[in-house]
Design a protein around this ligand. Structure first.
Ligand code: ADP
Length: 350
């Protein structure tokens, strides 16, 4: 005697192609009927890629065939177009588009890794929220996402009835990571057009709700992926994070130039690890020299949005998955981020 529970259990071994989530937890399975030894499964799926339902059907049939004593297995998949078709009918990538319900998308980029881009993205998102905005934060680093750190937990997002991913809520923000649903092998095959497609699908498949700002934490550098992401989503602009050293500034300039070339407005530079405020004497120490960010922003003709001190509590809080701005508004780093958020609010609503 086969039970619907056994059927669901078997189906939960079938992964959604390219993801490490199974089709049951994704909410694809709508109905299971067992008549004697015969099994009929009804699924519903929003996609415009015919290969996906095919792979799910084959995977499900193979899994159900393993049920002891099973007779005829029928898997029906009801395919609907995604809420907003992520591709033009020709199959060519769409021009950069708006995401429904989101007023402004801001990308946070850096010329190189380790300058504090993710720290800035997280704290900026919290600061924007503190100015009264509804804010989402999405980690777009497909190859080395700092998910665990950013979320401060291994919590997995859930899916809605119609297959949209519900962001995790933390510090008043809606959080998502593009790497969250990919299995370990997927990034290796995500190149060029695949990245475009995945990005479009991903950002539209997340149920962001109504947002004033969506902050995208881009991968470091200026490769194809960054370019694809910024061209896929209509951006209000990009913020570039740098440290004051010459080597970082050179890379920040390259990044700014790349974004300007593809007509993404550079909203400004943020100079991170700008100086150190000594807790003992309150003095400011310009560890990496001073004036670098200012000179570079003048050269690029973009605003210097702020200078963030190098700060031990910021590092400690950040590495615990808690942006300092959310836990200590009196910290000079938090104050700097709130000022940056106000500047962005002003310049974008002007
Ligand atoms: P990126 O995203 O550019 O690779 P991260 O945001 O991951 O950089 O930061 C790298 C490290 O530097 C992390 O340990 C982070 O906590 C720390 N960090 C970033 N900004 C600051 C700062 N202003 N003061 C102290 N530590 C910082």
């Amino acid at each position: 005697m086969i039970t619907p529970e056994q059927v669901r259990e078997k189906l939960s071994t079938v992964k959604y192609p390219g993801f490490n989530r199974d089709i049951v937890s994704f909410g694809l399975v709508k109905d299971v009927r067992v008549t004697g030894v015969d099994v009929v499964v009804q699924m519903s799926l929003a996609t415009n890629d015919a290969k996906i339902p095919q792979a799910i059907k084959e995977g499900s049939e193979a899994a159900l065939a393993q049920l002891a004593g099973v007779g005829q297995v029928t898997v029906r998949i009801d395919i609907q177009a995604p809420p907003q078709a992520p591709q033009a009918a020709s199959g060519a990538p769409m021009a950069a588009g708006a995401i429904e319900g989101i007023k402004r998308v801001i990308a946070v980029a850096s010329g190189k890794g380790g300058v504090g881009k993710s720290t800035v993205a997280a704290n900026l998102a919290v600061a924007l929220h503190q100015t009264g905005a509804a804010v989402g934060l999405c980690d777009c680093d497909l190859y080395g996402p700092s998910i665990g750190l950013m979320f401060g937990s291994g919590e997995r997002p859930m899916a809605t009835e119609d297959n949209r991913i519900i962001p995790i809520e933390r510090y008043g923000l809606r959080l998502m990571s593009m790497g969250f649903l990919l299995d370990d092998a997927a990034p290796a095959i995500l190149r060029g057009p695949m990245v475009t497609k995945y990005t479009q699908q991903f950002l539209r498949q997340v149920d962001w709700g109504q947002l004033d700002y969506l902050v995208l934490d881009l991968p470091p550098g200026t490769g194809d992926i960054q370019l694809t992401i910024v061209q896929t989503v209509a951006l209000a602009g990009v913020v570039i994070v740098t440290t004051p050293q010459e080597v970082a500034l050179i890379d920040a300039r390259k990044a700014a130039t790349m974004f300007q070339k593809v007509n993404v407005p550079v909203l400004g530079l943020i100079e991170n690890m700008s100086y150190f405020l000594s807790p003992s004497d309150g003095k400011r120490y310009d560890i990496f020299g001073s004036g670098g960010g200012e000179r570079e922003s003048a050269r690029l003709k973009v605003p210097l949005l702020g200078q963030i001190p190098i700060d031990i509590p910021t590092r400690e809080a950040g590495d615990r998955g808690q942006p300092v701005t959310s836990i200590d508004p009196t910290n000079p780093v938090s104050e700097a981020f709130v000022q940056i958020a106000r500047k962005l609010n002003d310049s974008l609503s002007a």
